[in-house]
Design a protein around this ligand. Structure first.
Ligand SMILES: Cc1cc2nc3c(=O)[nH]c(=O)nc-3n(C[C@H](O)[C@H](O)[C@H](O)COP(=O)(O)OP(=O)(O)OC[C@H]3O[C@@H](n4cnc5c(N)ncnc54)[C@H](O)[C@@H]3O)c2cc1C
Length: 402
């Protein structure tokens, strides 16, 4: 928009840029992303070209999976890999014949030794929600592949760099948006009133569904329904720093996980020592993450850190507590963050169309929605949010921006 010579004002509720991409640059001695971690599908990701030194994690990633307190052996890992390889083709094969409200769980293989572990990865860990909550076709349409870039500066670091010098007002939560005014739109909040030809709203769907922004007039019923049909799941992260030289036998960038018996087990996954730095990242998603989140903002981060130590102790016993520091340690709390209220979106069963409905502009281009939930292919990602924002800006320029 700025490049097209338009005047722009970004109204940002928080006191920082980046939203769900947020990097703490130094508490752990090196950058740690509380939110978005990889630039997925890098060749089609508009942010990849803007990143400094994006590193393809897939080229060095190794996995260790624990069964109780012992690592799975070679034959077991081969069985796990084979189970994983069969998962997506099985769901994809159902696309043509599945009923319109089919969920990803309806076609997920069951009963095998590794099926629950694969379901745990594909649901709570990757999609931040159980397979049964997700529309089958949306699940298939939004599958991601590599290259998966890790950024030395962090994804929040990248966005902070890109935001420098842009006309952003911080601490400027929009509370009311009149979008059918004669001249365009009027936004109201603690910043006062700002009038513009058009508005692009990128607040997360959970924030919109909670009514944080009052729209006047009310949104059309199908837009309001689309917001409701694209809820956010929850994924939270921890950052744990090594206490000494023990690296738990894990090489840099290694993945650590455990076999589960049920998809919804509160199991955590970890990525060890990115860029040979001395911290690990841990992830917890889905209902297990919500259960911790419900403890509230005062208790949830500490409870998650406690849980991360308990999880690592399953594999490493008391060695885990010796190898990793209790402080400083970081834990995200996206479920209690009023400007996200979750991690990223999935489509409710039967509601795959919701992404396209939400992305339609309203009021002859005066009002558009953008962000991860609006992208039918790269939903749930930073790259999808970026592309969706570019599309919305182009649409505004083509209509109300003239
Ligand atoms: C733990 C975690 C891990 C993730 N991992 C990855 C990953 O590896 N790769 C990946 O691509 N994606 C990942 N994601 C998802 C990714 O972070 C999001 O999809 C993406 O950042 C969403 O961008 P957005 O612009 O749509 O929304 P946001 O980043 O949420 O931006 C919306 C902005 O609107 C602001 N806002 C909200 N309400 C108001 C209001 N009323 N007035 C003014 N401003 C308001 C918010 O403060 C926010 O800054 C992860 C997310 C989480 C939480």
């Amino acid at each position: 928009m700025l490049a097209a010579g338009r005047s722009v004002q970004v109204l940002e509720a928080r006191n920082r840029p980046g939203g769900r991409a947020w990097t703490d640059p130094d508490t752990l001695g090196s950058p740690f992303d509380y939110g978005a971690t990889w630039l997925h599908q890098a060749e089609q990701n508009g942010l990849a070209a803007l990143a400094k030194g994006g590193f393809d994690h897939d080229t060095v990633r190794s996995h260790r999976c624990y069964i109780g307190s012992r690592p799975a052996g070679g034959a077991e890992m081969a069985e796990y890999d084979a189970t994983y390889a069969a998962f997506h083709p099985r769901l994809a094969a159902a696309r043509g014949t599945a009923p319109p409200d089919a969920t990803a769980a309806d076609y997920a293989p069951r009963g095998g030794e590794w099926d629950a572990t694969v379901a745990h990865w594909e649901g709570p860990v990757i999609c931040a929600a159980p397979l049964a909550a997700m529309d089958l076709r949306d699940f298939l349409d939004t599958q991601l592949g590599g290259p998966n870039l890790l950024l030395p500066e962090g994804i929040g670091g990248l966005l902070t760099r890109l935001a420098a010098g842009l006309p952003i007002a911080y601490g400027a939560a929009v509370q009311r948006l009149a979008w059918q005014e004669a001249g365009g739109v009027v936004a109201e909040g603690p910043f006062g009133r700002i009038a513009a030809r058009a508005a692009i709203v990128t607040a997360p769907t959970a924030v919109l569904a909670a009514g944080a922004i009052r729209f006047a007039p009310e949104l059309p019923a199908d837009t309001a329904q689309a917001i409701h049909d694209l809820p956010l799941g929850l994924l939270n992260k921890v950052g744990l720093r090594a206490a000494g030289l023990d690296r738990l036998g894990l090489p840099p960038f290694a993945g650590l996980e455990r076999r589960v018996q049920r998809e919804e087990e509160a199991a955590m996954t970890f990525v060890a020592w990115p860029f040979a730095r001395d911290h690990m990242m841990g992830f917890i998603g889905g209902e297990a993450a919500w259960a911790l989140s419900r403890l509230g903002p005062d208790k949830a981060p500490a409870a998650l850190l406690e849980h991360a130590f308990a999880e690592l102790s399953l594999a490493y016993g008391p060695r885990a507590a010796r190898a990793l520091r209790r402080e400083p340690a970081l834990a995200s709390d996206w479920g209690n963050d009023p400007w996200s209220l979750g991690a990223y979106s999935h489509a409710r069963p039967g509601r795959a169309e919701a992404r396209r409905i939400l992305a339609r502009s309203l009021g002859e281009g005066r009002l558009s929605f953008a962000g991860e939930a609006c992208h039918p292919r790269f939903a749930a990602t930073v790259g999808g949010a970026w592309a969706s924002g570019e599309q919305a800006a182009a649409a505004v320029l083509a209509t109300a921006g003239r």
